[in-house]
Design a protein around this ligand. Structure first.
Ligand code: HEM
Length: 261
């Protein structure tokens, strides 16, 4: 046990922790993208998927706890490795970066910090549904009927949510940073696992570039096409009106009273 802890606390052990947690987080990012791309289908498609997940609380909470552990380990190990690097090399390389470092590698810590801040905002926005931070209103009031059952309208929430320019822009900036982070992170995790040689390294770098670009394009298309009203414009109009009337009914204003008559 003490040998395991000792190994994990060594520089190589920490690199393995970074790489291992990185692989699992990457798999989550890919799976989450596939789930989210359903927003380009009919509203029932992503709403059924979200409803299926919400009806499995054990699975969802298991995944949430697992993700939280992974993110915490990934961040603390990154900070430890970065501090150890600074200690070993107190004077920075001339020109600002190590020999052979890609431009992406210099932004790993910075991009990681912004991505972590994005995840906090994202959880408040779409999971905790905090009404004060989405620029629209109370998303928990958005409901739809699926096979005779009233369920949360995740499609409506995404469509209305990304029509707000600063929300769409913030998501885009976060995706651009995720692209930078994955571009370097994916290649360097193969290196940690000992796969850097003159045959495999160019292929690994090619894979990292293509995979991070595809993930960026997939995620970025969602806020862009919704903001430009290419997707769900009519639905958003209907649902925004519903949201406004629900808010007026709660506040007891004339518009709300008229809507209930
Ligand atoms: C355009 C980009 C994205 C969209 C549209 C999106 C959409 C969503 C939605 C709708 C939910 C709530 C699902 C529900 O309650 O049923 C969610 C949850 C979540 N998203 Fe995203 N997401 C995006 C990007 C990301 C990225 C880049 C990450 C991580 C790097 C991420 C991490 C999470 C996590 C951890 C949850 C919480 C899952 C849970 O409920 O436990 N998302 N996302």
């Amino acid at each position: 046990m003490s040998t395991l802890v000792g190994t994990l606390n060594s520089s190589l052990g920490r690199k393995f922790v970074m790489a291992g947690t990185g692989v699992l987080l990457f798999l989550f990012v890919v799976g989450h993208l596939v789930g989210n791309l359903q927003v380009f289908g009919a509203p029932e498609l992503i709403n059924s998927y979200a409803h299926f997940l919400q009806s499995k609380p054990l699975m969802v909470w298991g995944a949430r706890i697992g993700l939280l552990l992974l993110v915490t380990l990934h961040i603390t190990t990154a900070v430890q490795l970065s501090l150890a690097n600074k200690e070993a090399r107190p004077v920075a390389y001339a020109g600002g970066g190590a020999y052979g470092a890609t431009w992406q590698s210099r932004y790993m810590l910075g991009s990681g910090i912004v991505i972590a801040a994005f995840i906090v905002y994202h959880l408040a926005h779409f999971t905790a549904l905090l009404p004060g931070i989405n620029g629209v209103g109370d998303f928990s009031k958005l409901k739809t009927v699926l096979h005779g059952e009233t369920v949360p309208d995740v499609y409506g929430m995404m469509i209305i949510g990304f029509q707000v320019w600063w929300v769409a822009l913030f998501y885009l900036v976060a995706q651009a940073l995720l692209f930078i982070h994955l571009g370097h992170g994916l290649a360097s995790l193969f290196q940690t696992f000992g796969l850097r040689n003159h045959v495999w390294w160019p292929r690994i770098q090619g894979f990292a570039r293509v995979a991070s670009l595809l993930i960026f394009v997939g995620y970025a298309l969602i806020p862009i096409s919704i903001y430009l009203r290419v997707v769900g414009a009519d639905y958003a109009e209907k649902k925004t009106a519903e949201l406004k009337s629900a808010a007026s009914i709660e506040a007891g204003t004339p518009a709300g009273k008229a809507a209930t008559q």
